[in-house]
Ligand binder design. Structure first.
Ligand SMILES: Nc1nc2c(c(=O)[nH]1)N[C@H]1C(S)=C(S)[C@@H](COP(=O)(O)O)O[C@H]1N2
Ligand SMILES: [Mo]
Length: 299
């Protein structure tokens, strides 16, 4: 692992939600490390977390439709009990892990992260969850594994959006193993200290805060360790527009639009257009993963 990352901003600092929202100046996703580097890199933009309503009403979850309000309207149809995650491929202990067993074994933490969609909207989200590295350790990653592949539930009877071939189902994603093991990478299981709503990817979804939102695959049912770069849903749809890495990068435009700015969801009249930050503001934590790599070619 590159280095540990310290998280000292938790819900204990900010709950209840009202107090949370009254506290106008919150550093998102930056712990002691972040504070130390803030002055140096001017990356510690002060952030106001989005409200519960914003985070749970404006979503991308194409399995339930492509409009932003479709997931909230339709995700209630998804049955999440029972739920298990198949962990297979290059692991010592492959199997179907019941969500209860996973939750009992993991340490749940609060993580306040920026979420930057490739479509140019963004939010600040108070997740709770556990480090993906801990789940992978539970299954025992074998030497030689280099990538992690993820798959979302595909159950057309409960997912009206999957009746349309918008993308190829099931939704799949992938990370390089070092990205998956990075301490910023979590499996989120909650929001504002409550269980994760279905429209946000219950009961557990990946969150990789320095990558475009589509990498953060929802309602995960399978995790496979492999030595080959796995296919990803949006890359299959259009490889020129959506690369495997998909690191947030204001200097690499999408073929159809600039990525220099983003719009924070919410705020009404005060909605803010803000500059998009390199690696979504997590450059100090993750840049070393990509040292020497051509970030245009490997977009
Ligand atoms: N299975 C699945 N996961 C998904 C998506 C999806 O359509 N299906 N949309 C992605 C996109 S484009 C974004 S921006 C985020 C949105 O997460 P949120 O709705 O919790 O804000 O989820 C990602 N994960
Ligand atoms: Mo997105």
């Amino acid at each position: 692992m590159a280095h540990r990352w310290t998280n000292d901003l938790t819900l204990a600092d900010i709950t209840p939600e009202a107090a949370f929202l009254n506290r106008r100046q919150v550093l998102a996703g930056l712990g002691a490390t972040g504070l130390a580097i803030a002055g140096r890199q001017a990356q510690a933009e002060t952030l106001e977390p989005n409200s519960w309503d914003e985070i749970t009403s404006y979503n991308n979850f194409y399995e339930f439709g492509t409009d932003k309000d479709d997931p909230k309207k339709h995700a209630h149809q998804m049955t999440i009990t029972p739920w298990s995650v198949r962990i297979d491929g290059m692991v010592d202990r492959p199997g179907d892990y019941p969500i209860e067993q996973i939750m009992a074994a993991m340490t749940i933490e609060d993580r306040i992260y920026r979420l930057r969609c490739v479509e140019r909207w963004s939010m600040v989200v108070p997740w709770s969850g556990f480090e993906l590295a801990d789940l992978l350790a539970m299954a025992g990653v074998q030497a030689g594994a280099q990538y992690v592949a993820f798959e979302t539930l595909l159950r057309p009877s409960e997912m009206p959006g999957t009746r349309y071939n918008v993308i190829e189902w099931p939704y799949v994603e992938g990370l390089r193993l070092d990205e998956a093991m990075h301490p910023l990478t979590i499996m989120a299981t909650g929001l504002y200290g409550k269980p994760l709503p279905k429209q946000n990817g219950a009961p557990l979804r990946l969150v990789v805060p320095w990558k475009y939102g589509y990498k953060s695959i929802k309602s995960v049912v399978r995790i496979t360790l492999t030595d080959r770069q796995p296919p990803t849903a949006w890359n299959k749809y259009s490889a020129t527009e959506y690369g495997f890495y998909s690191n947030v990068n204001p200097n690499v435009d999408h073929p159809r639009w600039s990525q220099k700015y983003e719009q924070r969801v919410g705020g009404g009249l005060f909605a803010r257009k803000v500059e998009t930050l390199m690696f979504n503001g997590y450059e100090a934590e993750v840049a070393e993963l990509y040292e020497g790599m051509d970030l245009v070619k490997n977009h």
